[in-house]
Design a protein around this ligand. Structure first.
Ligand code: FAD
Ligand code: ZN
Length: 477
């Protein structure tokens, strides 16, 4: 077979820039780059291009700009919205940054690290730890996702409560613009109000405004002590009262406050019998509470136990399960992190990644659950997530005796029901995972005209030809 990279001048150019192994055209080689975690999106690439430096990215993008070739930036493909998947025309090129994975500098005086965008999150976490620091972004996908992807989706995760989304951890970016120019601000300053804060445009833009090639990220001191407790609770309102109490008592030491429904834990117990799923004594909900402190001081686990004893109104507190050492903490977190996989093994599901003002969370749940049952009798809500941030993974599993195809045929109606109620309660239909291809219709339905107009103007200003990740984020007109 003739290698298209030899007969096709565009691909020949990319190969000249990125080297012979930097352009993948054979279907077997490309299959790794056309995977998608939930199998919901499929696409075809003209080529997968693997640049090894910012200069190579810039040369490829400049050429694509001059020749009108669409580019799909790609990291570890763990985003769950189809954002890193090309369309099915076979005309787009995928630009994956995995070869650009170097840690360029770690500045202990500033507490920052400068890293290439293709570095995996887990590698950055390990490098930070090796130098006595913590990089606090914590996601179950850390072994696969790349820093560029994390920034492009403004990833959240378990520790947002204390450290913020990755936006709050970013001090500077280097970005290849749609015309191939490089915009670089890697000074890493804590304060710089000299004009617009341009990096914020590219964070969370899902590759539609520029290609992130490097970043300066904030490190934080490693905790000297951590405590982790799982508390069964009767309802979400009680969980939120407990949150308010612990937030007032511990302030920034409260690093995670995760909600899990009993059903979500039942799924983990069923599909992962080796994991130590705590007994919840028939409580319909649990919260997983993590405290972290950088000073030795008093014993944090005892402080948490005393606070739980003192907190009023939480009937189930006596059944709290506390991890006594690092190993037990890791095992308890493994239970929490196994929920998405357990749900996948249970059969088809319809997922919602929602946020609400914390005060609206309990009324929203009380309102929407009966509506869902009325619409889809027997549907099994699998609700878990970052309650402390007002963000839940409000997922629905197929009814036990249900027919998968009939259940999935209701997807659009069930999503509409949930998202309409979310928005009516002042929330968002895309809290963590972004929009990609998955939620473009929601953008059209729920975003107001002024917001969409501003977004389109920004897109036109930065990518007038629309070559960067077309068909993502912004809805069709
Ligand atoms: P990809 O999936 O490859 O790409 C995502 C988007 O970013 C695409 O639009 C792509 O075009 C764009 N992009 C990628 N790299 C670049 C770049 N260098 N420049 C410009 N654009 C780029 N998310 C959370 O927020 N919190 C969680 O708790 C969480 N848990 C998860 C758990 C699991 C098991 C999985 C599979 C995912 C989870 N996610 C979570 C999703 C999360 O969005 C991704 O893990 C991650 O942030 C995306 O990084 P990636 O490298 O995989 O990007
Ligand atoms: Zn999450």
């Amino acid at each position: 077979m003739v290698d298209p990279a030899r007969s096709d001048p565009d691909l020949a150019f990319f190969r000249q820039v990125c080297g012979p192994r930097g352009v993948v055209t054979d279907p077997a080689g490309q299959s790794d780059y056309l995977r998608e975690p939930r199998g919901r999106f499929a696409g075809a690439a003209r080529a997968v291009v693997l640049p090894g430096s910012t200069a190579e990215v810039a040369a490829v993008v400049q050429y694509a700009h001059e020749h009108g070739i669409a580019i799909v930036p790609q990291g570890g493909q763990t985003g769950l919205c189809g954002g890193a998947m090309p369309d099915d025309t076979g005309r787009q090129i995928v630009l994956n940054l995995k070869r650009m994975r170097r840690i360029l500098a770690l500045d202990p005086a500033e507490g920052t690290v400068t890293v290439q965008a293709g570095c995996r999150l887990s590698e950055l976490q390990q490098a930070a730890a090796a130098h006595g620091w913590l990089f606090p972004l914590s996601l179950a996908s850390s072994g696969d996702c790349q820093i560029g992807g994390n920034l492009a989706t403004n990833a959240g995760g378990h520790n947002v409560l204390r450290y913020g989304n990755v936006r709050e951890l970013c001090r500077g970016l280097e970005v290849v613009l749609a015309d191939g120019r490089v915009w670089s601000d890697l000074k890493g300053l804590a304060k710089d109000n000299s004009g617009y804060d341009l990096k914020q445009l590219f964070i969370g833009a899902e590759g539609t405004l520029g290609i992130i090639t490097a970043a300066v990220l904030r490190l934080v001191p490693r905790p000297a002590q951590q405590a982790l407790t799982l508390v069964p609770l009767p309802d979400v309102a009680t969980a939120l009262q407990l949150f308010a109490y612990l937030n007032a008592s511990f302030g920034e030491a409260l690093t995670a406050f995760e909600l899990m429904s009993a059903f979500s834990l039942d799924l983990v117990a069923h599909h992962f019998p080796d994991l130590p799923v705590p007994r919840t004594n028939d409580s319909p909900w649990c919260v997983l509470i993590e405290l972290s402190r950088t000073s030795a001081g008093t014993d944090l686990a005892s402080d948490l136990a005393s606070a739980l004893d003192a907190s009023a109104g939480a009937d189930g507190l006596r059944n709290a399960v506390t991890a006594v050492d690092r190993r037990q903490m890791d095992r308890l977190w493994a239970v929490r992190n196994a929920i998405p996989d357990a749900q996948r093994r249970e059969g088809p599901s319809i997922k919602h990644d929602i946020s609400l003002p914390r005060g609206r969370m309990a009324p929203f749940i009380a309102e929407v659950l009966p509506l869902l049952q009325a619409r889809c009798p027997g549907v099994r809500p699998c609700i878990f997530g970052h309650l402390g941030d007002g963000n839940l993974h409000f997922n629905l599993s197929v009814p036990r005796a249900g027919d998968a195809a009939a259940f999935l045929a209701q997807r659009a109606g069930l999503e509409r029901l949930v998202h309409d109620r979310v928005v009516a309660h002042g929330g968002s239909f895309a809290a963590e995972h972004g929009v990609g291809q998955l939620k473009r219709n929601e953008m059209a339905r729920y975003k107001d005209a002024v917001t969409l107009d501003l977004m389109r103007r920004i897109k036109r200003a930065l990518d007038p030809q629309g070559i960067l990740n077309p068909g993502k984020v912004l809805p069709e007109r």
